[in-house]
Write a protein that binds this ligand. Structure first.
Ligand code: ZN
Length: 158
């Protein structure tokens, strides 16, 4: 089967119906099928979608950002954190210098200790996407080699 490059708009909601993210009012998302550019469960369920399709896609946590892992919660000394005197539950920190380093969230403050959670904020959350397919085309040989889409018109790498 030929892999496609698909361009779509989406609105993402949690199980309570709260909007977590949306592309409406901004640029739509363009991706290469089966390349890991969007979450697996959404990629799989859009394989039969064509231009103009409006659909609601339910993605269980396991096929989205994964289940929560209790071992990803660590206890550290408050004094080791960047601003030990001004910590609040819900604060987030980058764990290293690189933008790709994990982000941790303060989930509890207990005296001199702080509990930090390295799970993705959407781990354990079942997601609902309302999707509208704006365009589709066959992937180019170059896109297949690179393993990603080159924009809606196929001309941009990266
Ligand atoms: Zn490329």
């Amino acid at each position: 089967m030929n892999r496609r490059v698909i361009t779509f708009h989406y609105t993402l909601r949690d199980p309570a119906g709260i909007v977590l993210d949306t592309s409406e009012g901004g640029a739509p998302i363009t991706y290469l099928e089966g390349a890991g550019q969007i979450i697996d469960g959404l990629d799989e369920q859009l394989r039969s979608a064509t231009t103009g399709t409006k659909t609601r896609v339910q993605v269980p946590a396991a096929k989205a950002y994964g289940e929560r892992d209790p071992e990803q919660v660590q206890r550290v000394k408050r004094a080791l954190l960047p601003v030990p005197d001004e910590l609040h539950i819900g604060d987030t920190f980058q764990t290293g210098q690189d933008r790709a380093d994990p982000v941790v969230t303060v989930v509890a403050i207990e005296g001199d200790d702080v509990l930090l959670d390295a799970n993705h904020p959407l781990a354990g959350v079942d997601l609902t996407f309302d999707v509208e397919i704006m365009a589709e085309r066959a992937a180019t040989a170059e896109e297949l080699r690179h393993g990603h889409a080159h924009g809606a018109d196929g001309s941009h790498c990266g």
